[in-house]
Design a protein around this ligand. Structure first.
Ligand SMILES: [Fe+2]
Length: 379
């Protein structure tokens, strides 16, 4: 990832966003997991992430181990505890494996901390600078929904592979990437009547603007409903849709998530590709499981979305969904939960002009999720 970009070089595309931080992009996503070594192998083998850096006993860290993996601009950190009873253990006990940190790349981590805490953010970590022979990184952090954190990362003075405290991790085992490029958006699930509170948090504390809102008329099936608003920073590199459950005849997927995660947390991470057919073919071959879409979805999909560049046959074969907005179209597909608890999953998305989120697919998608809930007995 280039470390010499500054926010002045990025175009503002969401004029309403105040964007006082500003943010350059997602720096990394850290998951607390029960067994980081095996999780790292999964993300290498199934997802094509490349080994980058490691911290643990061998680097002088006594209480935890972390593996850093990367694919193009997407950086994952997988962390497990090495002892009993600490905060990582408690997090895993409460939530299962899940996202603890959504780290945001900034010009100035000290200013980011000051600007957000003075607007009401709860402090997690005051600015601190860590150094090694490759330079220095300044970090600061605030709390967001649930037990999730935002860490601001200022790395313009650092040349190493990740950050001080980590050493390069270069195992013999390497896999081919699958064409994943960057994080398109990351979705948070929050509790009943909490969506507006957290959208206000991103507006007031982070300077984001609301792009879109979906109510339960947009996102409902015969059984379940949810509401969603999409918050974005000014340059559009950070988009956080926030979902809350809405009343339906049966339990919504958001309630199921909240029950199993024990509160608010990251629901899905959308990863962008330039060739969704190739990427999804690779992922399926390596054992990643996707939601099943009934074949009849494809009977009239082209009537709805119009002409597309791709042949319909491979899209149908892989179960890839299509939607169109005023600016173009998009192709997307969702995995089943990637953890034992029905909590976090991934979306694979290829944008061909469209800047929206696949509203036209919500109904087909949620019916697919309900079939899975039915099998889990949680509908
Ligand atoms: Fe999404």
């Amino acid at each position: 990832m280039a470390t010499d970009t500054t926010s002045q070089q990025l175009e503002k595309i969401v004029p309403e966003a105040e964007d006082f931080l500003p943010l350059l992009g997602t720096d990394y996503v850290e998951l607390y997991v029960g067994n980081a070594k095996q999780a790292a192998h999964y993300y290498q083998s199934a997802w094509g992430f490349q080994p980058v850096a490691y911290a643990g006993l061998e680097t002088g860290v006594k209480d935890r181990v972390s593996y850093v993996l990367q694919q193009d601009k997407i950086r994952l950190v997988l962390t497990s505890p090495l002892q009993s009873g600490g905060e990582i253990n408690q997090h895993i006990d409460a939530h299962g494996d899940g996202v603890k940190v959504v780290a945001l790349w900034v010009d100035d981590a000290t200013k980011s901390y000051q600007e957000t805490t003075k607007r009401g953010a709860k402090s997690y970590m005051e600015p601190k600078t860590v150094s090694d022979e490759n330079g220095s990184v300044t970090l600061s952090g605030i709390h967001t929904y649930g037990e999730t954190l935002h860490i601001f990362v200022e790395r313009k003075n650092y040349k190493g592979v990740f950050m001080p405290g980590f050493k390069p991790w270069n195992p013999d085992y390497k896999t081919e990437e699958v064409g994943l490029k960057y994080i398109d958006h990351m979705v948070g699930n929050v509790g009943w009547n909490e969506m507006n509170k957290w959208c206000e948090f991103y507006a007031k504390v982070m300077g984001f603007a609301q792009l879109i809102s979906f109510d339960d008329d947009d996102i409902s099936t015969e059984y379940t409903a949810l509401m969603s608003k999409v918050m974005s920073n000014g340059n559009g590199r950070i988009k956080f849709p926030i979902n809350e459950p809405a009343e339906g005849r049966k339990k919504s997927q958001i309630e199921e998530y909240i029950d199993f995660y024990n509160g608010a947390g990251v629901q899905h991470i959308a990863l962008a590709t330039d060739n969704i057919i190739e990427t999804v073919t690779q992922l399926k071959n390596r054992g990643v499981e996707f939601l099943y879409v009934p074949e009849n979805y494809y009977d009239d999909v082209l009537d709805r979305v119009g002409k597309i560049d791709e042949d319909l046959a491979p899209l149908k074969e892989l179960g890839i969904l299509i939607d169109r907005d005023e600016e173009g179209y998009l192709l997307q597909l969702f995995t089943k939960p990637v953890l034992d608890r029905p909590t976090m999953f991934f979306e694979i998305i290829q944008r061909k002009g469209a800047q929206s989120f696949g509203k036209g697919n919500f109904k087909a998608l949620f019916e697919a999720i309900e079939r899975e809930q039915e099998m889990r007995g949680t509908l």
